[in-house]
Design a protein. Structure first.
Ligand SMILES: [Zn+2]
Length: 331
């Protein structure tokens, strides 16, 4: 090969390598798109209950039934002392009110490169399509299901429970298609290769479930993931100091921590700014729920609860079927 041709080949190779690297690293969303506004955290006005489902109500993907060890309600993981912890944030949305999005909270997780799992309501995903796609596209995060309109699985009948689960799964699939199309258009197809085809983890609203509800999820191959550490961040009087203090006392290897990212978590973002480095200082590593499930033995219960069996049953009288604002619910 003469010198001119070999130089041209080398230059071409360099250009190809550069463009491959540029493509591989191009994110789907720009930093300006990921940024949020304080207004976004606020819930919308109460309206008439929206009983409509997603554009396509039947999920396309069917996963094999759950393995026996993943059945039941998962409270935490036995990790053999390995200091793994899963931060989880619920994105609850009722049928009669649009919920918010806590952009500063998500920004703290990104700043600290802390993996986390978001349990998103199906209707929340429909009302926040761009935010849902941003969470799906971010390799730090995992998106799970928090039912369609926050249904109470301690009260709902079988068909209503199935709709809460399946509509959310179908909405996720629709957004995954949209995300794939958007990433392709922006030359970032590579960035969404790792996004799951369907949701693998579910969080019961109000911490309420039943044997029938657990079986329904297990038959669909979806794990019911509750928690063993509650930030109690939806209480307006709860300070970030109290959240951090309690979490540092309660978190143990394999813990699953519950918080809110739909605007109902008041001091959550501020608490995370201290909690993440403090837990790392104690030797903890943050992982998504799915990574935690793969790294240990689930500690399960046959019921769902907050800190002791039966303690969430009081919500049945307070919230009924759970899908409308409690002001509207008449027991
Ligand atoms: Zn919720």
């Amino acid at each position: 090969m003469n010198k001119a041709i070999s130089c041209a080949c080398a230059a071409l190779a360099a250009v190809l390598l550069w463009s491959w690297a540029a493509c591989a690293q191009r994110p789907v969303f720009e930093a300006s798109e990921l940024a949020g506004s304080p207004q976004e955290k606020l819930p919308g006005k109460l309206g008439a209950p929206d009983l409509t489902g997603p554009q396509r109500e039947i999920p396309r993907h069917a996963a094999p039934p759950l393995a026996p060890e993943l059945r039941g309600s998962i409270r935490r993981l036995e990790t053999g002392g390995r200091k793994l912890v899963a931060l989880t944030f619920d994105l609850c949305e009722l049928s009669d009110q649009r919920a918010g999005y806590d952009a500063p909270l998500v920004a703290v997780l990104r700043e600290f490169k802390a993996p986390a799992t978001f349990f998103a309501g199906g209707k929340w995903m429909r009302s926040h399509p761009e935010r849902a796609m941003q969470l799906m596209a971010d390799p730090l995060f995992e998106v799970g299901s928090h039912a369609w309109t926050h249904g109470n699985f301690g009260v709902l009948g079988k068909e209503a429970m199935a709709r809460q689960i399946d509509w959310t799964q179908a909405q996720y699939e629709l957004l995954r298609d949209d995300l794939t199309a958007l990433a392709g258009k922006r030359g970032a197809g590579y960035a969404v290769k790792g996004v799951r085809d369907s949701i693998a983890v579910f969080r019961f609203p109000y911490g309420r479930c039943s044997a029938q509800a657990l079986e329904m999820l297990a038959s669909r191959g979806v794990a019911a993931v509750q928690w063993d550490v509650n930030m109690m961040d939806a209480a307006k009087t709860r300070t970030s100091e109290a959240i951090v203090r309690d979490a540092l006392r309660l978190v143990r290897p394999g813990s699953i921590v519950l918080g809110h990212a739909n605007g109902f978590g008041h001091a959550t973002a501020e608490a995370l700014r201290s909690l993440i480095p403090a837990l790392r200082e104690k030797g903890y590593e943050f992982v998504t729920v799915s990574a935690l499930l793969a790294a240990g033995k689930p500690v399960t219960a046959q019921d769902c609860y907050d800190s002791r069996p039966g303690d969430t049953a009081v919500y049945d009288a307070q919230f009924g079927e759970g899908t409308v604002h409690p002001h509207r619910h008449k027991p």
